[in-house]
Design a protein around this ligand. Sequence first.
Ligand code: GTP
Ligand code: MG
Length: 370
Amino acid sequence: PDNITVGELANRMAERGADLVKALFKMGMPVTVNQPIDQDTAELLVTEFGHNIKRVSDSDVDIDASEDVDATETLLPRPPVVTIMGHVDHGKTSLLDALRGTDVVAGEAGGITQHIGAYQVTVKSGEKITFLDTPGHEAFTEMRQRGANVTDIVVLVVAADDGLRPQTIEAINHTKAAGVPMIVAINKMDKPEANPKKVREDLLQYEVIVEEMSGDVQDVEVSAMKRTGLDDLIEKILLQAELLDLKANPDRAAEGNVIEAKLDKGRGPVATVLVRRGTLRVGDIFVIGAESGKVRALIDDKGRSVKEAQPSTPVEVLGMSGTPGAGDQLSVVENESRAREVAAYRAGVIQQKRTTATPANLESMFSALR
Ligand code: GTP
Ligand code: MG
């Protein structure tokens, strides 16, 4: 049998190349995304990543690789998922507003982002890019981490007049831990105090070596306010995406990740889902975390009701039994009894995790006792 590259296997499994590389490293195989691995190793990885849904009961633990790993012929290019990270007020949301031609910042309480925004932009060349906007305030570490864990590329926004700050460094660490490539956007270049040279030099301390400093991390000077450097940024994102060769099978039962979920007064439980593979459609029966449901409506990032959502598309999903957790998996299943079975299994797993988990710190220990 032919060997397969790590990147292609990742596309076929709808996992990130970076995550496969990490798993292989742990198995004692330091390889890059572009390197081939043998059949046995590939099978080991498939087992290792065996999707939750297949592990519904002990009798059903076997992973049917033919279902979980898409055939190469079924793969089509998908848009990159790009997460914007950086210190509070460095201009992440403004930059996205500039790229989208919108004004989200103006509507934010206190001008501070407090949730993950998910948007898709179609650029001049017709290509699509999915953006996740994360909060920069120190209180939202978990959201930044979650953003880094579902993304293909991170854009690190650093204000040229303020330089490297605590959450800039935190974002660098999340990005490195996730093993995904970074592009540095040096923002607020319109300000007279802007000092991009200092930003580039200070980044060296954190082993982020940008192209201007003869490294391989792409960097770009922008001004969200004056809308300069935006085409350059887009070009760099597309270049990075091309290197990653991102693909997914759009023609199968959908799977996705919950970016955020809430209980809406009027609409009931609502989850923002990023589709990873397959196409999610109105009427689909699904499991989402330990909840189940049937898609009643799909709302896109512009608030429009849509019939379906393709890979890399963020979409609001309505029609679930309860509110799932951020980070939960959505999987479309064949029928309602299967949905209930999987949901019940997942509820058991979640319960077990809760009772066996050791509190990470005193605070969580106290809140667990309450
Ligand atoms: P958090 O989400 O709370 O972390 O902030 P943010 O990084 O999204 O920053 P935001 O876009 O809300 O911008 C913060 C402030 O910086 C606002 O007052 C913006 O108008 C201003 N700002 C953003 N980009 C630029 C820029 O390029 N130039 C100048 N002069 N001001 C900018
Ligand atoms: Mg913001």
